[in-house]
Write a protein that binds this ligand. Sequence first.
Ligand SMILES: NC(=O)c1ccc[n+]([C@@H]2O[C@H](COP(=O)([O-])OP(=O)(O)OC[C@H]3O[C@@H](n4cnc5c(N)ncnc54)[C@H](OP(=O)(O)O)[C@@H]3O)[C@@H](O)[C@H]2O)c1
Length: 345
Amino acid sequence: MSIITKIRNALTQNYPPRPKFTEADIPSGSQKGKVFMVTGGNAGIGFELCKLLFRSGATVYMACRSQEKARVAIQEIQNHYGENAHGMGQLKALHLDLSDLPSIKEAARQFAQQEPKLDVLWNNAGIGGNAAKFGEHTTQGLEPLIGINCVGALFFTELLLPQLTASRASETAGSAQQPTARVVWVTSALADTMSPKNGIDFDSLDSGIKDRVANYAAAKAGVWILAREFARRHGKDGIISLPVNPGNVRAGSYNGTGAFLMWILNTLMLYDVIYGAYTEAYGGLSPSITLKDNGIYIMPWGRVRYDHDTPRQDIIKAMNSEEEGGLGYGRKLWDWCEAKWKPYV
Ligand SMILES: NC(=O)c1ccc[n+]([C@@H]2O[C@H](COP(=O)([O-])OP(=O)(O)OC[C@H]3O[C@@H](n4cnc5c(N)ncnc54)[C@H](OP(=O)(O)O)[C@@H]3O)[C@@H](O)[C@H]2O)c1
């Protein structure tokens, strides 16, 4: 891959053109009857996304590790729309702690008791690189970044398969339309720039990587690999699965970053948080994405990136299956994650 392509990719990811998928593309009331789930919906990008989705008339589950934070966030969204909120959708809190595997199972059980279908799941929740020190662990002893972003998110998604596939059945029963069940996996541009060779290093998944940014980047490369593998496995069920880089926006992922670096980031690279929500909304709702695009990478603020434009051809090769001439990292990482959650099914 030429240096020109690498520079072009860095520029277009970090300094994207104006968004083309915004509130105007998700009109008030347009998603009535749809059921959506946003993990980590109480803060940052997830919160702004919940605001857009609530306005669209859908039932929106805000899956959060703190019920109190979820309650406050729901109230804030309702206050934001004031009297108009009555004609909009519904916001519901769901307790979910992705760093605790039994909590994930319980969240899926609680959801199944309330809804027969799920139209779009946004696997948005995550922690920044600085939020966990080297050597820290989740409740079941996993490295936190991989534990939350990969093991937790994949376990939750697999548990929600009955509702995701039911959504497709109800959509296609009455019309000849494309199935609409989707799963959005939130990755990061850092997977391109800071992750190890092949995206992840299986030998360091248990311990994590000492460099906190590289550790975050590896977890986000893992998300990208799992999103592609999910598309490969569940495309036949009519589920579209997309890795989405939401772009660099002013939200909690940067908590713990030093003041001087934060000043530089704010000045040179960070955009308003709503742009991240537009990008995630594009992945979940844009009609221009169809099953033939399954697994494709979404860039800010809502554009597809084809594999040949990807600067990390090593990651593309690693995530492709052996039959496609790749290293089969999708299957390998999936199996690794599944082994971690198996005792808690
Ligand atoms: N901001 C950016 O520039 C940027 C760039 C690339 C990718 N991303 C990704 O975009 C997503 C959102 O980032 P953000 O900046 O909006 O982050 P944020 O403001 O810190 O919000 C993260 C959300 O995830 C929740 N969360 C964290 N750990 C959780 C767990 N164990 N179980 C359930 N929920 C959990 C947080 O809950 P609490 O409020 O309880 O902590 C919060 O609701 C993340 O996946 C991040 O990696 C962000």
